[in-house]
Design a protein around this ligand. Structure first.
Ligand code: XUL
Ligand code: CO
Length: 437
């Protein structure tokens, strides 16, 4: 068998003291945290688009990434060869899952029919490699934003034929995801938004987007696809205003169009920060509504205002993510998908390994830190105590909904004034979290 990464062994857990940079220091897939092996709790996934289709080009410069296996062509042969590279990478890294867009794995043909045929041919290769390696598909999706036909959007395009084309593409992508045993299917509204309201009928666009999702869910039922649908919030880029702005906007959309029992959320760090939120805010908002389905793990740059999709290495960030994920006992059938790319200056294939090892270790470490914080009740005891006025007396009645404004007025007229407030102790709690790092 040809090896594409001949200098890289299978990456193993060697512990924090190792000097080997091609080893995990914290991610031991068999280590049990809160009753689950890290492998099953984190469900790491590699994204095909950045890792195998990224070139390092940016608006100011050409491709930089060295990918010696790739001839740069759009041929089916090249696409099938990449599948072999990808599965060697997944296997050496010990990643149990991967994700793709239809047009990452296979080329766009000159007709829809040809594109379908090309996707089938690549899917066959994907399936063979899945069977051989045991690597599974976390989710599939369709690229409804790169081709010029989607310049006004896909499901929200003003052009009904474009809606129809997108529907045909998603129908096929769901079928291929189903064929490959995909556990989820993602909608990220690449150009589902607007650049200017002067030319936009927002009502019709939102209605069409909802219609599209209902049709996708109906098709899943028709073919027996039981995977979870996920909507991925992002506030802007490429459009000025994306309809999937943040978790709250997505949930409002899903609720307004009766889709909450069909679709959950795939939350991405850099999208959260572009929306002016922390990742922890987005995760917690989704979790409390029973909608936290999966995460796209990455990070932005504090000084850059766009979607830089960097690998997550910040232990505070991963700890905060895992505090929320452990609270809901894991994220299955979702996972931790590295929707992240190496910098264009990190152009050697080996950089792909360093990047993913770092991200996996950061999440493993964050998991253990979060579990220790939770075990000691270091934050939860404080939070519980902070809200104790609602556990009894008037607070309990407010929560139960058994008192009216008039009752509360009577209560307060009798009592005279509210009980004194207590300190929020933010600085103390920040110090306590630091003690676990
Ligand atoms: C774009 C993005 C996408 C989705 C899948 O910002 O995150 O790659 O994850 O379409
Ligand atoms: Co993403």
């Amino acid at each position: 068998m040809v090896e594409f990464f001949p200098d890289v062994p299978v990456i193993r857990y060697e512990g924090a003291q190792t000097k080997n940079q091609l080893a995990f220091r914290h991610y031991n897939p068999d280590e049990v945290v809160e009753g689950q092996k890290l492998r099953d709790l984190l469900r790491f996934s590699i994204c095909y688009w950045h890792t195998f289709r990224g070139t390092g080009s940016d608006p100011f410069g050409a491709a930089t990434l060295q990918r010696p296996w790739d001839d740069g062509s759009n041929s089916l042969e090249n696409a099938v060869k990449r599948v072999g590279v990808a599965f060697e990478f997944f296997t050496k890294l010990g990643a149990p899952f991967y994700c793709f867009h239809d047009r990452d794995v296979s080329p766009e043909g000159s007709t829809l029919k040809e594109s379908h045929r090309l996707l089938d041919a690549v899917a066959k290769a994907l399936k063979e490699h899945q069977t051989k390696t045991g690597v599974k598909l976390l989710w599939g999706t369709a690229n409804l934003f790169s081709h010029p036909r989607y310049l006004h959007g896909a499901a929200t395009s003003c052009n009904a034929d474009v809606f129809a084309y997108a529907a045909a593409q998603v129908k096929k992508a769901i079928e291929v995801t189903h064929e490959l045993g995909g556990e989820n299917y993602v909608f990220w509204g690449g150009r589902e938004g607007y650049m200017n309201l002067y030319n936009t009928n927002m009502q019709r666009e939102l209605d069409r987007l909802a219609r599209f999702m209902h049709m996708a869910a109906d098709h899943a039922t028709a073919i027996g696809f039981k995977g979870q649908f996920l909507f991925e919030p992002k506030p802007k880029e490429p459009t000025k205003h994306q309809y999937d702005f943040d978790a709250a906007a997505c949930l409002n959309f899903l609720r307004a169009y009766d889709l909450t029992d069909k679709v959950k959320l795939n939350i991405e760090t850099n999208h959260a920060t572009l929306a002016g939120h922390t990742m922890m805010h987005e995760l917690e908002y989704a979790r409390i509504q029973g909608a936290l389905g999966s995460i796209d793990a990455n990070t932005g740059d504090l000084l850059l205002g766009w979607d830089t999709d960097q690998f997550p290495t910040d232990i505070y960030l991963t700890t905060q993510c895992m505090l929320v994920i452990l609270e809901q006992k894991g994220i299955a059938p979702g996972g931790v998908n590295f929707d992240a790319k190496v910098r264009r200056e990190s152009f050697e294939p080996i950089d792909l390994f360093h990047a993913h090892i770092g991200g996996m270790d950061a999440f493993a470490r964050g998991t253990k830190i979060a579990a220790a914080i939770r075990k000691d009740g270091a934050l939860s005891d404080f939070v519980k105590k902070r809200y104790r006025s609602y556990d009894e007396g008037i607070g309990k009645k407010i929560e139960e909904g058994t008192v009216s404004f008039a009752d509360l007025e009577k209560y307060m007229l009798e009592k005279g004034n509210s009980a004194p407030n207590e300190s929020g102790r933010q600085e103390l709690l920040e110090n306590i979290v630091n003690q676990y790092l």
